[in-house]
Design a protein around this ligand. Sequence first.
Ligand code: MN
Length: 193
Amino acid sequence: MVHQLPKLPYAEDALAPQMSRETLEYHYGKHHQAYVNNLNHLIADTAYADMSLEEIVMKADGAIFNNAAQAWNHTFFFYSLSPSPKSMPSGTLAAAIDRDFGSFDGLKEQFSKAAAGLFGSGWVWLVKDDPSKLSILAESNAGNPLRRWLTPLLCIDVWEHAYYIDYRNRRPDFIQNFWDFVDWSVVEERFVK
Ligand code: MN
């Protein structure tokens, strides 16, 4: 199986100026593409060659895991965002957020704090466990909640390549502007699935 870079669900300048065209050209067009390309090279003639991307994320280690998880994580990240998002959760997800974080603002505060505080490169995730309790998970490098049997609902990429063109060292400003584009209709679909 040859893994493909999924099409970005909006134009490369659709999230500007908070996330510029140049950032998307590099982050999606170069970094995300490179993980997909590396994965295809690494799995050729191995037991992973015919597995789905998610199966590789669950089973691989080392370079194959790193590139598969980065390919998966970036698609999940880019597909969480929209230039015309649903700006707040509603329904059962909103109720679960109130129950587990006190309020929507409480969730955003805890998630942003974890994203700002993650040392080095990685991802911060909103996840649900089996009985649908929500929590925030900080993962280094290519870490992915599927490996912990958790359901990912939302993530932010805090590798420097995600924000350095637009924000230089100001990761907290990148995180604050990220919320402008989170599409809660997408997060709700993931929650109820
Ligand atoms: Mn990235």
